[in-house]
Design a protein around this ligand. Structure first.
Ligand code: B1H
Length: 828
């Protein structure tokens, strides 16, 4: 019997490559109306704003589609080595403008909508940004996939499609109240769900051994499954016709699971099971830098990593692929420890499912992973209790034990029975918990930190035994940010000025900003530059007025601190300085005319369970309320704290800022990426020698950077010799009276007890030494005032910040990863 052959396509269109709509206003209008009519089922005259936004998004997608399908096809045939970026977070920001920019359709789309009687600005305002990340780590992942697409490097980003992203922050009586971020409630026009391609992901149960032709093997008998449904997003390169893929997994209950329970008659139980399964991708954990060891979080991690590995190994690779050659096809980059459970998962797949020998599988695994560490905070290094791991992933725990046993054997071979060293290096902590950073370090082909200082401290202080044991494994890749979003989209005025001055091409070759350097001495260029900054400030003022009802005085210096609220970042240091300036004026020590008019802008979300961070938010709002309504400082000081700082707001705030506050305690901020965005947009930095500030200062020059505070070795020495914050209070009258003013209840209707926990924590503990750096910070702020008074000199410095910050393009970060870690050249 012959199998019936399928009919072959005969129509020319069916065999021709997919084509894009015509890139003209007419072509765009036609496609837009078709999407509105056929996709939304409405006529233009009856369409809602949401219909129009969806139709516009669909139209932009249509222009990208041919390139996307072509890239997927090309990668399938070429099978060249690519990067599988594993990240629990992608903080993408809005998609519409970015995708219009990538396709070069921005003008055409605006004209096309105008021709339909629509204002594209009104339509674009409807987009809700997908907040699938907490802060810098998630935003970094978004910048990296943008750069890889722009450079033509094969890449899939893998992550989780949280139903609720980072919470929406509101303030009630100055205190943070979290609201659910239901970003999907009106639908999501940028994603392509593929429920038919769901993967089954297993959990729980037990392991058993069995006889496989005389060989004893282990296998996992799981207890329950969920489905992982892929949702694909386009990741377009800038003006290069390339489109990579971001694949986010969503959890769904499996049919079989429900039916079993349902057939037993317990309908309620069946529904409960469904809810349980779907919980896995329900919500992003809102902790930035302090992971909670929660079972659901481990479920999330395994869920997306197992789905991603299976996707790559079973679907992307050809069926007959020789898995010993896996390292020639893929590098799985671990974005922090969150995806590290992928290490034992790949081992399980290779050994238990594909039948490879352990040693062969381990050799493959060690080449296929690399690990990026994003922190130095001990509380941020993830550990998983072994009972939890054993309950949820029993086979993985066995595999981790064996990896550890063999690793410790090697350590013994090298150092003898140095039990102290063995205890220090064991992947399993004395209490039985699994140290995920150690597992990643043992398994990873490379381990990198995210700025020079961070990588150095990582080697010297966090993982020194491993650095000694694995020479050459540790490296640095300094973070970067995408200039497409954070210069071109966020700052069109500056972008135009740059192009007018040095010509096009700099947006994908950011070192070319150096060519601006000579123009710092050109008065007419300085004037043009300053007027761009002024226009950006007015635009921000307009946004903040519409969004929050704030007014921003013309002519104020804009002094900005936007980032997650964390004690190590020291928002309190900034606040104490504001309070001391306010105090100096109202107590008559300085006249208002002596103070540089400044508007202080804060943006910060606190983790919902982080009580001290929430008190600090309350205090910032309380100080703002008093300062903003006190006639004695009117026109001189203002404190604005727009709630719900996110990528969309960042794109407004960053280009408007004069002064960028990067004031973490030295040795605590791994890199920072906001610092780079500000420098690239012509803000000057006041900052400590921490994270990437170090490199920013080296590049822009000491004269164009306000350095203050202890260095990391000085911090270490002070901690060793004993830190007594009260000594620093006694030594600085301004600090003393600022603290007294808060304690007096000046910002809490006379009730000093409200902020007592913040003040006493500072005076008695001050774990991040804000008080020790106060005097030096205040002195640096005086230098800020002095330079700002000389408008020409300030502008000159601002221009040099832009000209010398090209290094911080994420394109450069990607080149460094490719050269030092991935070895995945662009595919032409
Ligand atoms: C960074 C995190 C982080 N480091 C745990 N670590 C999380 C840790 O959900 N969690 O449990 C979430 C996030 N995030 C940041 O990474 C660093 O603090 C920044 O300094 C750095 O610039 C950024 C990107 O490397």
């Amino acid at each position: 019997l012959s199998t019936p052959s399928r009919p072959q396509p005969t129509h020319p269109l069916a065999v021709a490559p997919v084509t894009a709509p015509e890139a003209t206003v007419d072509g765009f209008v036609e496609q837009f109306l078709r999407n509105l009519n056929n996709g939304r089922g409405v006529a233009l005259s009856a369409s809602t704003p949401n219909d129009r936004y969806f139709a516009l998004a669909a139209t932009v997608r249509d222009y990208l589609m041919a390139r996307w399908l072509e890239d997927v096809r090309r990668q399938r045939t070429a099978q060249s080595k690519g990067v599988a970026y594993l990240s629990a977070e992608y903080l993408l920001g809005r998609q519409l403008d970015n995708n219009l920019l990538a396709t070069g359709l921005t003008e055409i789309a605006g004209e096309a909508l105008a021709a339909c009687g629509l204002d594209i600005d009104e339509v674009r305002a409807l987009e809700i940004e997908p907040g699938l990340g907490n802060g810098g780590l998630g935003r970094l992942a978004a910048c990296f996939i943008d750069s890889l697409a722009t450079m033509g490097v094969p890449n899939i980003g893998y992550g989780i499609r949280y139903e609720y992203g980072i919470f929406r922050q509101t303030f009630v009586d100055g205190q943070q109240v979290e609201q659910a971020d239901s970003w999907l409630s009106l639908g999501s026009p940028w994603e392509f769900p593929h429920p038919e391609a769901a993967q089954t992901i297993s959990f729980g149960g037990h392991t058993e051994t069995y006889d496989d032709d005389g060989v004893v093997r282990s296998r996992w008998i799981p207890a329950w499954n969920v489905q992982a449904v892929p949702h694909n997003y386009m990741v377009p390169g800038y003006h290069n016709g390339r489109v990579n893929t971001l694949r986010l997994w969503s959890a769904q209950a499996t049919q079989g699971f429900d039916l079993r329970t349902f057939n037993s008659g317990d309908y309620q139980e069946a529904v409960r099971a469904q809810t349980y399964a779907e919980n896995i991708s329900k919500v992003l954990y809102p902790e930035d830098s302090t992971p909670q060891g929660k079972e659901l979080r481990l479920q999330q991690q395994y869920f997306f990593v197992a789905a991603s590995i299976s996707d790559f190994v079973n679907l992307i690779l050809p069926r007959d692929f020789d898995l010993t050659r896996l390292p020639e096809r893929v590098i799985f980059q671990l974005n922090d420890t969150h995806p590290v459970i992928g290490v034992p998962e790949l081992m399980r797949v290779l050994v238990d499912e594909k039948g490879l020998e352990w040693d062969a599988a381990w050799a493959i695994t060690r080449e296929c992973f690399a690990y990026t560490c994003h922190t130095l905070l001990p509380e941020a290094l993830e550990v998983w209790p072994s009972d939890l791991l054993g309950r949820l992933l029993p086979r993985h725990l066995e595999i981790i034990y064996r990896i550890n046993d063999e690793f410790l054997d090697e350590v013994r071979e090298r150092y003898g029975d140095d039990e102290d060293r063995i205890r220090r290096m064991s992947i399993i902590a004395p209490d039985g918990a699994v140290r995920m950073a150690f597992l990643a370090t043992v398994a990873g082909s490379k381990v990198n930190g995210v700025a020079e200082l961070h990588s150095q401290l990582l080697r010297e202080k966090v993982l020194p035994d491993f650095d000694e044991f694995f020479p050459g494994k540790f490296t640095n890749v300094t973070n970067g940010v995408t200039p497409r979003r954070f210069v071109k989209l966020a700052n069109p005025g500056l972008s135009r000025l740059i192009t007018d001055t040095i010509g096009p091409g700099w947006l994908t070759d950011l070192d070319r900003l150096r060519e601006l350097e000579p123009f710092a001495d050109d008065a007419s260029f300085r004037q043009a530059f300053a007027s761009v900054k002024a226009a950006n400030k007015r635009a921000l003022a307009k946004t903040l007025h519409a969004r929050d009802g704030f007014t921003v005085d013309d002519g104020h210096m804009l002094d900005v601190m936007v980032k997650r609220l964390h004690e190590y970042k020291r928002q309190t240091l900034k606040l104490l300085h504001i309070v001391s300036q306010y105090d100096a004026i109202v107590s008559g020590r300085v006249s208002p005319a002596e103070v540089t008019p400044r508007t202080f802008v804060f943006g910060a979300k606190a983790a919902p369970g982080y009580a001290m961070a929430k008190r600090i938010i309350h205090l910032i709002n309380a100080v703002g309320e008093v300062v903003n309504s006190d006639p004695r400082v009117e026109g001189r000081l203002a404190v604005l704290f727009p709630p719900n700082y996110n990528v969309t707001l960042a794109e407004r705030v960053v280009p408007a800022a004069d002064l960028s506050e990067q004031i973490s305690l030295a040795g605590k901020e791994a890199s920072g990426t906001g610092n780079m965005k500000f420098a690239l947009n012509g803000a000057l930095t006041i900052g400590t020698d921490d994270g990437a500030n170090v490199e920013i200062r080296q590049l822009v020059g000491d004269e164009n950077f306000f350095l203050f505070g202890m260095t990391e070795p000085e911090v270490a020495t002070l901690a060793e010799t004993g830190y007594h914050p009260i000594d620093f209070v006694r030594a600085d009258e301004n600090l003393q009276s600022a603290l007294d003013l808060i304690s007096s209840g000046a910002f809490s209707c006379g009730d000093g007890s409200v902020f007592e926990p913040v003040v006493s924590n500072l005076v008695h503990h001050d774990p991040f030494m804000a008080l020790a750096d106060f005097t030096s910070y205040a002195a640096a702020q005086q230098k800020v005032d002095a330079l700002y008074a000389d408008t020409e000199a300030w502008t000159r410095s601002a221009i040099l910040n832009v000209a010398r910050s090209g290094f911080f393009s994420s394109d450069r970060s990607m080149r460094d990863y490719i050269d030092r870690i991935w070895h995945t050249p662009p595919v032409r």
